[in-house]
Design a protein around this ligand. Sequence first.
Ligand SMILES: [Zn+2]
Length: 931
Amino acid sequence: MSSNRRHKLTESHDETDRYTAKDAAELEKSAFDGSSIGRRTFLSVAAATGVALTVPSTVSAEVTDDAMTDLAEFAINATPDDHHVTLVIEFEDTDALNAFYDEYGQPDWDIEEDDLPPKAVTREKPTPAAHAYLTAAELAEALDRGGIEYVDFSPGANPFWKLGDAYDDRVFPKVEDARDFVSHSELDQGLHYLAEEYSDRLQVHAMGQSPGWENLYTGEDSDPKDVYVAEVTKDIQDEASFAEKDKVVFSLSIHGDEPAGRVAGTRLIEEATKGAADDFEDVLDDIVIVFVFINPDGWVVRKPQYEFETWWGGTERFRYDRGNAAVGDTNRQYPTMGWVNPGYWPAEPEDTPEVRPDDPQGRGYRDMVPDALAVVEHLRRYDNVEYLCDYHMMDLSDSMVLNLESNAPYDHSGTHNLDEVNIRIGDGMTNHWGSPEAIADDTSRASEAIHGVEGYVPERLLDYGTIYDSLSYQITGGLLGWAGQPEEFGGLGAVTVAPELVLRDGYDFKPFIERRLEMAYRISMREYAEMTAAKTNATVATDGQDTAYVGSGVLTRRSADLPYTDEGPGEGHPRATRVQHRHETVQPGPGGSASASSNRTTHSLAVQFDAHGIDEGVVRLVNPGGQTVREIDLADPLSDDQGHFYVPDPDDGDWSIEYDGDADIDVEMILLETEDEYPNPEEVLGYSQREYVVNPMQFFEDLKPFLEEGTIDGLRVHDVRIGRLMRGNSGERQYDNLVISHDDGVDDQRYIAAIEEFVEAGGDLVLTDAGVNLLGRLDVGQAAAIGADDIEYGTTDFPNLMDRDLDHPLLTDVRPIQQEIWKISQLGYTTGDDSPVWTIDTDAFTAAGGTVAGILGEDGDVGAGMLSAGDAEINVIGSVLPPANQRELHPFGMADYTLSFMGHTLICNALGFEQRRYVNGELVGTWGEFR
Ligand SMILES: [Zn+2]
């Protein structure tokens, strides 16, 4: 039966005598005259089954029986003949049950052969019952045979959850035994049952609600659903110990069509609550595991009373949805520091405006993102959230799981915890499976069934890096970015990762592959839990070296400098900021485009489109000069996550979106217009500016407590020029390393001479960012051969170090996937071309004798490399600790620095340090080597 139970029925939509729930909702009441079935019942069944139904007055019921609920009766009769309705059936005795099973049971069902769950399963006690997927004809036959007492419509994982007495064995069946994905109402009932039975281990709350789809059954404009949170620990009633314990939060399926988090999380909750999860039993003494079912709208939409028209005009049914009922992507709406895209709805529960000032429809955050507001508010109440993992899925990749590191800033310890948890998950998967070959039969079967791709076997079980490293794009407003940022900026200060797991399937529950996907995330959850319970520590061994960095006010950015803040220098007369939203449908092919006109006052252009469901064609952003400046290929398995373009400071003229596929796409273009250099977030988003004072040199202050020996001192340009790098006139150095990340003082000969004296005395110099300009002035060692003309400032979309020589000393212990040096968004930079990079002409650099670690920017110039001066090194990193960018909206503050683990390692390597990592007192790894 596996091949004929199809969940996606598109052809029936066009049949003239069949109506979807939405069509039917528009029918006159008179269409139902003379029918035994009322309009409301019709709608409910149309909605619940999600298929096109026959209008009752035109076709009389074919199967009717006192045993059938109205819902079951109508579902069976009005759905297309070949549709298999999900039913629970009670029998008067076991003979009747057995007769039914003889007809519809699949005694030879084999998970290794059959893609979908068996057609029928049965139980004998407490009442003889079956759960089955039946057509109308099949049910009619069964009723003719007699002995059926009750028939109801019953979707869900547990076949008998609607009958009561269904939980003798399990609430959420083992994946191998499940009938389907757990449904949202089944979760509600199951969680509350478990919380009552095991009240010493589990607490369940509804923390808030989703916006809610229009309910075509009840006629309600919106039908909000509860956002559930389940907390699991031992002695959970002990409030003091609960508060004190470290927490790990698992966000389950923020994208509703990526269900593996829910599949694994529901089973783990049940087993941990019952004390049956051996691999979690010990850690539950020490930690609390918090499971958040974060996107109910994206989940319940698979029940098509919430059937919706998709952007391109089709009707989507039986598929989970990525977003909630109001926004296309629920994972862009969190109140992250740094750059906020005005196309998003950042959910900050503190001082949330009723109405968003720039919204042409006068909507507010509580209309659009009440779920995210509830999540932020609820999670902020916990003390000690150490880790948060946000479980996602993707289509296909070389790696079965890709763990994305948070965009949030981390100090040395956080950076190492973030890296370590990934290593442990990879080890856990390898210990379990050995290699992807162990489940090659299942992954290739699943890829064929889901994506039509034959023979898919991932090359690796796990890889990890920043979001860009893993997926080749970047975001702002992500849950993990918010949760990772410091508590003083509204975050949780947690170590946060978003795993992406292959073989996303929003339609069919396929037990043979779900068991593998569940295991992958079960292992992930276990390693997270163990890291949360572990005592970790990371240090920096310097081999006794003392380091100075040259601080400068030119690197400082403060909210008080913005013209619209209270202390701001703007004389209190900011000019108006306004936002234009243009919605357009782009027809495919030549001539089909959407455009928006940029002028002198246009501050930024944001473009959003929802490519959901379309996997053909290329969407292009074309500038006023007619050049394609960005493009997204919808055939790319990762394109679902990339429905946006952002252009800070767009050139004047018409910008357009073109699409060469064969369906319509709807596009929203958002132009932010202001005469001011800095747009006021209050006028656009309705949030006032959070205060901050940031400076990237804070990196070194934050690193200081982790040094095993040696010191780090902050000096000023003035200190250097008066000789503080040296010990008086002894000719001996005060420091071993000097770091400069700005070109303040570059024209000061005495300053430059002091640096030269330091290097000539054997001191190692590290020049980063604008500090690279000093190379053009220094007349020492190989730097003498490099002139100011050889150094170029530019901007790029992403500060990625490319064409890397992984054997170069600057890149010791950097992995092949790692290329993003720092993460743009929380430092105020965008996915547009605005990240600053300083590079050195490659010919000049190599001619001077330098060795190249990698290139930066579009022109292929040196982005990281090493020069020498006698015994001293001069290391150069062209973009690693830039000052924050205040140009874009950033109401929630700003980070000092946003290094990736790679960027962190680059700096430590440039200084010749060794990073050391300890877990539970044991040295588990080192990064870099003493030089
Ligand atoms: Zn996702």
